[in-house]
Write a protein that binds this ligand. Structure first.
Ligand code: GSH
Length: 246
């Protein structure tokens, strides 16, 4: 049985896990679902509410960090630096991006894109079963309502997230200011992968397997903000990680 990766295809935490499996050379089949409709797959697999989930025989992994550690065992050093000190730095950065950057880019991105009519076709309805796309016609108000409440997608929440994204990009920019090629050590690692995948909803890189840049979906001030993030040192770095390593 091939490894199965249960996802919401456009989710950036899912992209983090997908990229890690690709990087470690693990063949897998992706089982993508729309938000809420993914619960059936995760619960039947013995996992909880969130994706990504990896199922490999009796092994069920329910968090992207856990998936990366598992993937690295298949190809040691492909994600986690072998040197203990560099590894600790890389894991600390990953944890920082998981806690601060991921929720912020998700909230800001949802706030901007949910009201756009083209979002459904361009972002949501891709790489999921056809019946789920049809069902979305009826489930959308409920699904969007739950997402908005669950993730606090409000103007105030989006503004706080914008500031948090700025803060992370400034901190990453400060690390890069010494001319380093990668965030931890001299090789691509989990730190670079986590940063580039979790910032992707607002830097819209070329080469993302499940998310087209779709820059035209952002309008006015939001588009100017995306352009600023994309052209910042940290945003440019994230796009380079996609160009060179994805
Ligand atoms: N810490 C988790 C976070 C995963 C996560 O937040 N997944 C979201 C999608 S971006 C999810 O599955 N949300 C569905 C829900 O909470 O019902 C990880 O790194 O895997």
């Amino acid at each position: 049985m091939p490894v199965r990766l249960i996802t919401i295809p456009f989710s950036h935490y899912c992209e983090k896990a997908r990229w890690a499996l690709d990087r470690a050379g693990i063949a897998f089949e992706e089982d993508g679902h729309l938000p809420m409709l993914h619960y059936l797959a995760t619960f039947l697999a013995g996992a909880k509410r969130t994706v990504p989930v990896v199922v490999d025989g009796n092994t069920v992994l329910t968090d992207s960090t856990e998936i990366i550690a598992w993937a690295d065992q298949h190809e040691p050093g492909s994600l986690l630096p072998k040197d203990p000190k560099t590894r600790a730095v890389a894991l600390e950065l990953e944890d920082d991006f998981d806690r601060n950057l991921g929720p912020a880019t998700r909230r800001w991105g949802y706030f901007q894109l949910m009201p756009q009519p083209a979002t459904q076709q361009r972002i949501l309805a891709k790489h999921v079963p056809r019946w789920e796309v049809i069902a979305l016609r009826f489930t959308k108000p409920l699904a969007f309502g739950m997402l908005k409440r669950g993730l606090n997608i409000t103007a105030e929440g989006a503004e706080r997230s914008r500031a948090k994204i700025d803060d992370t990009l400034d901190r990453v920019g400060a690390l890069l200011a010494d001319g380093r090629t990668y965030l931890a050590g001299d090789q691509f690692s989990v730190a670079d992968l986590a940063f580039a995948s979790l910032v992707a909803p607002v830097t819209r890189p070329e080469g993302h397997p499940m998310q087209e840049p779709a820059l035209e979906l952002f309008s006015g001030a939001a588009r100017e903000q995306v352009d600023r993030w994309r052209s910042s040192p940290a945003g440019t770095f994230a796009q380079r990680m996609y160009a060179d390593h994805r």
